[in-house]
Design a protein around this ligand. Structure first.
Ligand code: UD1
Ligand code: CA
Length: 450
């Protein structure tokens, strides 16, 4: 059987109360790299080849249930928390379909790679009834221990139920497992609750399997990959681990990060070849940067496309719907939202351009603002090809500046400007010769002067 031909069900346990998060959100909905932990786990199990997915949530965890459904998973509710085996059995209906392999993942253990899930699946394909994932813990206190003999897994003993001798074992249980899918339901139903907690432990599936003469094995991975999140300190630790991975992937993919530890990615950031990212840049969700583009220091991008050779910042802000065509330049203290900036167009300094399109090679001077919102409606501004907007102009949308047109600086533009015209929308300058000197010479002003 190849892995592809295996019919694999992943069950993600997400019924944790998450009380240590001190949050109104279910724990698994807290985000790392811009995506809820549950989203990371669902993506990883799907990428490992789990064709069907089930998520076990706690009562009232509507947001987690909605995310699971959106990701194509079936949702089951564990009404009462009675242990990890009890939680898996909440998805009984999915188990009853007798898949070839069942993978159990935890929603609060978000960094496990598809390859690692794949190793667990392969162990079942190769004949084990149970495959558990282990790691060598820096401090094993609190974890279940993997008890091995003769190259096989004999038992998993919870810390609180372990003997002195078992506690000396440093190989710990990460919690994740794969089971022979045709036997899973029967094995899980064989688990009792005769432990110090009175819970149904998934870990006891190892001994149940061995009593039936079936084989259990342990696979080993890094502690960092299986780190769990119970509080916000651990959430920040998981974020740091994931950011380190994303930075490395960006650099291996051909981007230069001058100070990688200061650049923050979203899980879905896409960078082309020869992209340069200067220090202190934050990527929110859904950003695509094309080949040879430059993101200068202290910029913040989200929901934006930066095409090849374009540049942003320093101190640039691209909000959702910003599209910079090739060679466009968005300079310092410029915010762009829901706007297409044409090829070679320049917004060098201090502008807000929202709900707009800026034509190829147009030049938008410092301090230009598109006035896109009247308190009720958003309206569009169109700036034509090669147009020149003088500094400190307000473009009151809806309005169109024609191709090749010019706008005098300091204008407030409320009417469309035809192609190649000049528009001036400001008070005319007056000159009063000698007025200032006469003003200073007035007796009352002389008295006040020291
Ligand atoms: C579990 C393992 C332990 C392992 C550790 C790794 C068991 C019995 N023990 O212990 O060997 O070293 O993980 O972190 O499996 N959950 C439910 N419903 C329940 C109970 C748990 O959905 O009734 C979910 C939790 O939300 C969590 C996961 O299962 O995502 C693990 O449960 P948790 O209580 O954290 O298990 P540990 O005691 O940490
Ligand atoms: Ca735990």
């Amino acid at each position: 059987m190849t892995r592809q031909s295996l019919n694999c069900l992943a069950i993600v346990l997400a019924a944790g109360e998450g009380t240590r998060m001190k949050s109104d959100r279910p724990k698994v909905m807290h985000e790392i790299a811009g995506r809820p932990m549950l989203g990371h786990v669902l993506a990883a199990v799907a990428a490992s080849g789990a064709g069907s997915r089930a998520v076990v949530v706690g009562p009232g965890h509507d947001a987690a249930a909605a995310l699971a459904r959106e990701a194509g998973a079936e949702v089951f509710v564990q009404a009462e928390r009675r242990g990890t085996a009890h939680a898996v059995l909440a998805a009984r209906e999915a188990l009853a379909a007798a898949p070839d392999v069942v993978v159990v993942a935890f929603g609060d253990t978000p960094l496990v790679s598809p390859a690692t899930f794949g190793r667990l699946i392969a162990a079942i394909r190769d004949g084990a009834a149970v495959a558990a994932l282990g790691f060598t813990a820096e401090d094993p206190t609190g974890y279940g221990r993997l008890v091995e003999a003769g190259g096989e897994l004999v038992a998993i003993r919870e810390h609180r139920d372990a003997s002195e001798e078992e506690r000396a074992i440093r190989l710990c249980n990460a919690g994740l497992m794969a089971l022979d899918g045709r036997r899973a339901l029967a094995l899980l139903e064989g688990i009792g609750s005769t432990n110090s907690q009175g819970e149904f432990y998934l870990t006891d599936v190892v001994e149940v399997a061995r009593r039936q003469g079936l084989k259990a094995v342990a696979l080993v991975t890094d502690e960092a990959e299986v780190q769990g999140v119970n509080d916000r300190v651990q959430l920040a630790r998981a974020e740091a681990t994931l950011q380190a991975r994303l930075r490395e992937a960006a650099m291996r993919g051909g981007a230069t990060l001058i100070a990688p530890e200061t650049v923050f990615f979203s899980h879905d950031t896409v960078l082309g070849r020869d992209v340069l990212v200067e220090p202190h840049v934050v990527f929110g969700p859904a950003v695509i940067v094309g080949d040879g583009a430059t993101i200068h220091a202290f910029s913040h991008l989200a929901g934006a496309v930066v095409e090849s050779g374009a540049s942003v910042g320093p101190y640039g802000r691209l909000r959702p719907g910003a599209v910079l065509r090739s060679g466009a330049k968005v300079g310092n203290f410029v915010e762009v939202k829901n706007a297409e900036i044409g090829p070679g167009a320049k917004l060098p300094h201090l502008s807000y351009v929202g709900d707009a399109s800026v034509g190829p090679k147009a030049n938008v001077g410092a301090g230009t603002i598109t006035c896109n919102y009247d308190g009720f409606n958003k309206s569009r501004t169109v700036i034509g090809e090669g147009a020149f907007v003088g500094s400190n102009s307000s473009l009151v949308a809806p309005v169109t500046i024609g191709a090749g047109a010019m706008v005098g600086s300091g204008s407030v533009i409320t009417d469309d400007v035809p192609d190649d015209a000049l528009a001036l929308g400001r008070g005319r300058q007056a000159i009063k010769p000698g007025w200032a000197a006469a003003f200073r010479a007035r007796p009352e002003n002389q008295k006040k002067k020291k």
